[in-house]
Write a protein of this length. Structure first.
Length: 140
């Protein structure tokens, strides 16, 4: 991801426009794209902001306030799948993908291991090797 251009560069674009300089001339002089000059100009004209728009940041989950409802569903029916939970949420007008829901459930500490028999088996130590089979020619 690229970082935003400096505020100084944005100010120089806007000062050039205020002096009557054309966007193409500004782009050449400052060695930036013409499109970016227009973006700075349009942002200033529409919002009055000279600074860059905020990049990234925290986005709150659309199910963050549904924790008690989802926990109740899982308590009532522990074998619900992520897709089934997404369907139930869709019926309430909340659209979310299973992976996004999984991240939120993981954040809440909810596990989706439904059956202990399906969990990955761990080794109990080194297995003994099968006895070596001798070929008939080596037997005496």
């Amino acid at each position: 991801m690229m970082a935003a251009y400096s505020q100084d560069l944005r100010d120089r674009v806007l000062w050039g426009l205020e002096r009557g300089e054309g966007p193409t001339a500004i782009a050449r002089r400052l060695e930036v794209s013409l499109r970016w000059v227009y973006q700075v100009k349009n942002r200033y004209e529409h919002t009055g902001e000279r600074a860059a728009a905020r990049l990234g940041g925290y986005r709150r989950s659309c199910v963050a306030d549904k924790e008690s409802t989802i926990r109740a569903w899982i308590k009532e029916q522990p074998d619900l799948t992520l897709v089934e939970l997404c369907d139930r949420l869709a019926a309430k007008g909340i659209t979310i993908k299973p992976t996004a829901l999984w991240h939120q459930l993981n954040h809440w500490g909810l596990s989706f291991k439904k059956n202990a028999a399906r969990q990955r088996a761990s080794t109990r130590g080194r297995r003994q090797r099968a006895h070596r089979v001798e070929s008939p020619a080596t037997r005496t």
